[in-house]
Design a protein around this ligand. Structure first.
Ligand SMILES: *Cc1c(COP(=O)(O)O)cnc(C)c1O
Length: 381
């Protein structure tokens, strides 16, 4: 969606993303940071720039267009396009810009073969196999067939072989996850037996990296953990993501403070009535700014913002550009104050996982959509 003019401000702390990267490196596996969807709403180029300074040289974006954008920004390292080339134009863009396309269908190999390639050197591709997610990828039992087909494409060099874990964040799906690992190993074996070799193998996302040391392989692909999200929220493994720091804050200003006498309803539909004398702050953020109407009270399961270091509960319906919050216990609240929709200071900061619970979604969606608001990047803190 495109957001019209608004008063929201997303602040991305590059130093926190760098700190998360350093923490993840301690697992001992090289990392390919996943920066698809504008780095989960944090900004593609600034995030790549921050992680490059930490030594990252290989990044995964989604669409080929994102990869081209990253290349045109001056990034000289390796780029994987997770969605692969969709047509001849994208295939050529990959080779012209030295982007590695993910390949998951046989006809994509034909398309890549028929490209007018610059020079005569081999070009790199990555193969994706499905080992249980049933989303993108060659079926695992087609590894031998893929290897055979690749013999007819001498200029395509398989630099990377990937698969994706479906449930690595769920302790009770251990059997499923380990079976994905076994299928992935069988794929690698079939490829090598068929003469495809010299590639790096990559299986683990954030949860795989943090919870499954036996599945890390050559290169892990963390996304959410880099931005401070906890993939194990609500599970017994939540502590595995300890030490990661949320990189994004989102604020909006208070427009007005209203006194509500007991019995006064507030906002559309009069869904909330003040049970006693109260004060409400009207904050300039609503569903048009990706602060979902699902966060309305009472449906919103207790959604709140942070103001002056304290929690202010949402009152009544979230509107298009405004939301009322309870500031009865925050007497210093005044117009012009900034309310945190996400993040904030101290122990009352709004965690992406908490906001996601109120919203009925996960931290990934919270970051991707709120990050579409006007955004700035700061180095410190
Ligand atoms: C998004 C994505 C990742 C990153 O997953 P996280 O759970 O955010 O760590 C890794 N690999 C692939 C193929 C992805 O699409």
């Amino acid at each position: 969606m495109t957001i019209g003019y608004n008063h929201l401000q997303a602040t991305v702390h590059a130093s926190r993303i760098a700190a998360n990267y350093r923490l993840l490196l301690r697992a001992g596996t090289p990392l390919m940071p996943v920066v698809k969807s504008d780095a989960y709403g944090h900004g593609l180029e600034p995030v790549v720039c921050a992680l490059e300074k930490e030594g990252a040289t290989f990044f995964a974006v989604g669409a080929v267009q994102e990869a081209v954008q990253l290349r045109e920004s001056g990034f000289a390292g390796r780029i994987l396009a997770l969605l692969g080339a969709q047509d001849d134009e994208e295939a050529e863009a990959c080779f012209v810009n030295n982007i590695i396309p993910l390949v998951y269908r046989m006809d994509q190999l034909d398309m890549l073969d028929s490209c007018r390639l610059p020079g005569s050197a081999p070009v790199s591709i990555a193969l994706k196999f499905d080992t249980g997610m049933a989303r993108l990828g060659f079926p695992a039992d087609q590894a031998a067939a893929a290897a055979k087909r690749l013999q007819r494409s001498p200029r395509l060099r398989t630099a990377l072989v990937c698969s994706h874990l479906a449930a690595a964040d769920e302790p009770d799906k251990e059997d499923f996850t380990l079976e994905q690992g076994r299928r992935f190993d069988a794929v690698l074996q079939d490829l090598r037996a068929g003469g495809v070799d010299g590639f790096q193998a990559s299986l683990a996302n954030s949860a795989g990296l943090l919870a499954w040391s036996e599945l890390r392989r050559d290169l892990a692909r963390p996304g959410i953990s880099l931005y401070g999200g906890n993939p194990f929220h609500h599970t017994a493994w939540a502590r595995l993501a300890g030490g990661l720091v949320q990189a994004m804050d989102v604020t909006a200003p208070v427009l007005q403070i209203r006194d509500l006498t007991a019995g006064t309803p507030i906002s559309y539909g009069c869904t909330y009535t003040a049970p006693r004398d109260m004060r409400a702050a009207i904050v300039a953020a609503g569903y048009a700014d990706c602060y979902s109407r699902v966060l309305s009270s009472p449906q919103g399961n207790g959604a709140a913002m942070q103001l002056h270091g304290r929690r202010a509960a949402v009152l009544g319906r979230v509107c298009m550009q405004m939301t009322a919050v309870d500031v009865t216990h925050i007497p210093e609240a005044k117009p012009g104050d900034q309310a945190f929709l996400l993040g904030g200071d101290g122990e009352n900061a709004i965690r992406a996982e908490e906001l996601a619970d109120w919203w009925g979604t996960n931290s990934y969606e919270v970051m991707c959509v709120l990050g579409q608001n006007p955004r700035r990047h700061v180095q410190k803190k």
